[in-house]
Design a protein around this ligand. Structure first.
Ligand code: FAD
Length: 317
């Protein structure tokens, strides 16, 4: 079922969902299941599975280092299919512009159709590791809005080889990313919101936000989006702080602000177990307020180990 149908069927009740990352190549899918299992009691109607870009790895051969381009966490669509099969919940594979030609994207979408995957998240992707700026892949898309257009065209039966197939048309529900504190490359929040509107006008059905730690940012973002005519559901993305290093890393990587109270609480912790607890408590408070405000879904970035998301869900749902 589509994410938007789940939201509609919930009739105003806030749903619980989360996002996982595929295991590193060579690791077992069982690790993933072990982290998903405890979260199933909170009835997620859908689970997102991220996609990672290819990266350079260095292999030592005869005392020399060989540089090799590879995707270290492949398998997004396969994992989605296996989760749907095992847990009977919908999944949302993330599709990226970066690292994929339009043809390859079409093949992934066709696979999704055959596997009964009805939702996809359309993203541009970040710059490759070690590069400062995103550069589009030859034959690929520059912006997420272009990817949305391709998926929407497929929903209208239009394939890249100029064939229109009116029978068995695709029918994907399309999610896109939104940034309550603006995307790091955008010159202003208003410009970024105009870009978000372009994605919605191109066919996106819902938005999932980047993490934020001050709910006010989300509320203001939703208000500004509505004023701009963005009327699709805007799902808040919540990330629990888990290690002290997040205090530097999150503002550095995502250009987001952390509230002083949260910084002080993390600073007072003597070890990462205490930090994890602070992160859980902060996320519970955030989630309760958002739920009270009637958000459609609370979407958690689980990043591997799910014990903190489980503790948050216990406190909120
Ligand atoms: P876009 O919407 O294309 O925007 C990128 C930038 O370009 C913005 O600054 C925007 O304002 C600007 N822009 C857009 N259109 C134009 C235009 N026509 N002209 C000029 N500027 C324009 N990354 C991964 O690698 N894998 C994942 O699985 C993944 N999942 C994510 C899930 C969520 C919910 C979120 C919020 C992010 C995720 N990301 C993921 C990160 C995402 O790929 C990065 O934030 C990326 O830098 C931007 O992606 P986007 O889809 O928002 O890009």
């Amino acid at each position: 079922m589509k994410v938007t149908e789940h939201i509609k069927n919930a009739k105003g009740k806030t749903l619980f969902s989360f996002e996982i990352i595929p295991p590193l190549k060579g690791r077992s899918i069982q690790e993933l299941y072990d982290n998903i299992d405890p979260l199933m009691e909170f009835n997620p109607p859908f689970i997102d599975v991220t996609t990672s870009r290819e990266e350079y790895v260095y292999i030592e051969r005869d005392g020399l280092l060989d540089k090799k381009l590879t995707r270290m966490r492949p398998g997004t669509v396969g994992i989605c299919a296996s989760i749907q099969h095992k847990y009977k919940v919908d999944t949302v594979p993330h599709l990226l512009c970066g690292g994929f030609t339009k043809e390859e994207t079409e093949y992934v979408l066709v696979d999704c159709q055959y596997l009964g995957i009805e939702n996809v998240m359309a993203l541009r992707g970040d710059a490759m590791k070690g590069e400062q700026y995103f550069s589009p892949t030859k034959g690929g898309h520059c912006y997420a809005s272009d990817l949305v257009k391709q998926i929407y065209a497929l929903n209208c039966g239009s394939y890249l080889h100029d064939r229109v197939e009116m029978v068995n048309k695709a029918n994907f529900c399309i999610g896109v990313a939104g940034y309550p504190e603006k995307h790091l490359e955008a010159p202003s929040l208003t410009t970024d919101l105009k870009r978000l509107k372009e994605k919605v006008d191109a066919g996106a059905d819902y938005v999932v936000t980047q993490m934020f730690f001050d709910n006010q940012r989300y509320f203001e973002f939703v208000e500004a989006a509505r004023e701009m005519g963005i009327n699709v559901p805007i799902i808040p993305g919540i990330k629990p702080i888990a290690v002290k290093r997040h205090l530097q890393l999150l503002p550095q990587v995502f250009k987001i602000d952390l509230p002083q109270d949260l910084i002080d609480a993390v600073d007072d912790c003597s070890n990462n177990a205490a930090v994890r607890q602070v992160g859980i408590e902060w996320a519970i408070q955030q989630s309760k307020e958002l739920k009270e405000a009637g958000v459609p879904v609370l979407h958690y970035y689980s990043m591997g180990k799910s014990d903190n998301v489980e503790a948050i869900a216990k406190g909120v749902f």
